[in-house]
Design a protein around this ligand. Structure first.
Ligand SMILES: Cc1cc2nc3c(=O)[nH]c(=O)nc-3n(C[C@H](O)[C@H](O)[C@H](O)COP(=O)(O)OP(=O)(O)OC[C@H]3O[C@@H](n4cnc5c(N)ncnc54)[C@H](O)[C@@H]3O)c2cc1C
Length: 337
């Protein structure tokens, strides 16, 4: 890996959101998708990293598919400041003029990307769940719209770059390739970089889940049909016995039976378990949009005609909470607990 100035003819950029690196892999997922799309428009895949002492991430992005990394590495950039990051991103895009600029739809990306798009007077499709290239070489951005009732296909024919934020979990990252090589282009800070008006005083990490819902092999999803917060808790006991993770529908999250972290669906996480248990879930499209990749689906619902029962491989007509208690008893016997 060698430092060298470099401006490719056409490029697809992925912004390096490395906060919570081990939990949040969306940057790597976007690099992987960018590598698939790049040959269709003869582009190079570039990552953009701002921060202080970011070498480790630069190496990671190259190992996961970035051919060039633009790295602004300076103590001034240690903490995210919207004014400085924005000015830097704007300068860089104007200088290198990428065709496409992708950013993860994380809390950070949702704040940062629209501002960058506004500065550059280009469009932005937020929260994409699909990216393709059409016959005209334009980025086809697929995103839920009108409250999730429609899936919109959006192109940006004139303005550049074509910008999108993309839902974590939409694409799969490439395996880590320690032998991969790439160019590193150091980005100097412009003299007129605005000072941060907001100062970060204290930062505290939320305790991490044991494993990420998005990566769990077994997920137990509960819906309103579980009946109450106390009954919903049974799902956590079942998950403990099975080594599973618990997911939930929106009404469950809204009723505060569980944290927003557990939300599965269009407004939450996309999951890919080998086995998905679904207890008291109706199977609304906003929920099922996030479980397409699930392997075996086992649904328990008192209504045999619920949409979830139709897409399940095993559909059990029963009271969800009672069935859960019976399953827990059986599991305890099997594992002699
Ligand atoms: C813009 C937008 C975004 C949304 N995003 C999401 C999202 O990300 N994730 C999400 O989940 N939802 C989302 N929703 C909400 C979604 O449309 C549904 O309302 C929601 O998924 C329904 O949750 P549910 O199945 O738990 O509840 P309900 O629709 O109330 O269904 C409860 C189910 O439990 C069954 N049941 C009832 N009692 C029992 C019992 N005793 N035993 C067994 N079964 C029983 C019922 O037959 C029913 O099928 C979104 C909606 C909008 C408009």
């Amino acid at each position: 890996m060698k430092a060298k100035m470099h401006k490719p003819e056409r490029s697809i950029w992925v912004f390096g959101d490395y906060r919570n690196y081990f939990q949040n892999r969306v940057t790597l997922q976007l690099l992987a998708r960018a590598r698939e799309l790049a040959p269709e428009i003869g582009a190079e895949v570039c990552a953009v990293v701002f921060g202080s002492q970011v070498n480790e991430y630069v190496g990671e992005y190259i190992a996961h598919g970035a051919q060039t990394v633009y790295a602004a590495d300076d103590p001034v950039l240690k903490d995210y400041s919207v004014e400085t990051y924005l000015a830097l991103a704007e300068n860089l895009v104007r200088q290198y003029q990428p065709e496409i600029f992708l950013i993860g739809a994380t809390d950070f990306g949702r704040e940062f990307a629209p501002r960058v798009a506004k500065r550059l007077k280009t469009g932005l499709t937020a929260d994409c769940i699909g990216l393709d290239i059409n016959a005209d070489g334009l980025l086809v951005q697929t995103a839920p719209s009108f409250g999730g009732n429609l899936i919109a296909t959006i192109i940006t024919p004139e303005k550049r770059p074509q910008m999108a934020t993309v839902r974590p979990g939409t694409f799969k990252e490439l395996p880590h390739d320690a032998a991969a090589t790439g160019r590193i282009v150091p980005v100097p800070l412009p003299g007129d970089l605005p000072c941060a008006r907001v100062r970060l005083v204290h930062c505290e990490r939320k305790p991490l889940r044991e494993q990420r819902l998005e990566d769990a092999g077994i997920v137990i999803c509960g819906g309103r049909g579980m009946g109450s917060r106390a009954k919903f808790k049974k799902l956590f006991e079942m998950a403990r016995l099975m080594g599973a993770e618990v997911g939930a529908t929106r009404p469950v999250v809204h009723s505060r039976w569980v944290d927003h972290d557990c939300l599965v669906g269009q407004a939450g996480k996309i999951i890919h378990p080998q086995i998905l248990f679904s207890f008291g879930v109706s199977g609304a499209i906003q929920h099922t949009a996030a479980i397409h990749d699930a392997g075996l689906i086992i649904a328990v619902n008192k209504n045999p005609n619920a949409a979830m029962m139709k897409i399940a491989d095993v559909a059990i007509v029963a009271d969800a909470s009672q069935f859960c208690s019976a399953l827990i008893r059986e599991l305890r016997i099997r594992i002699r607990e």
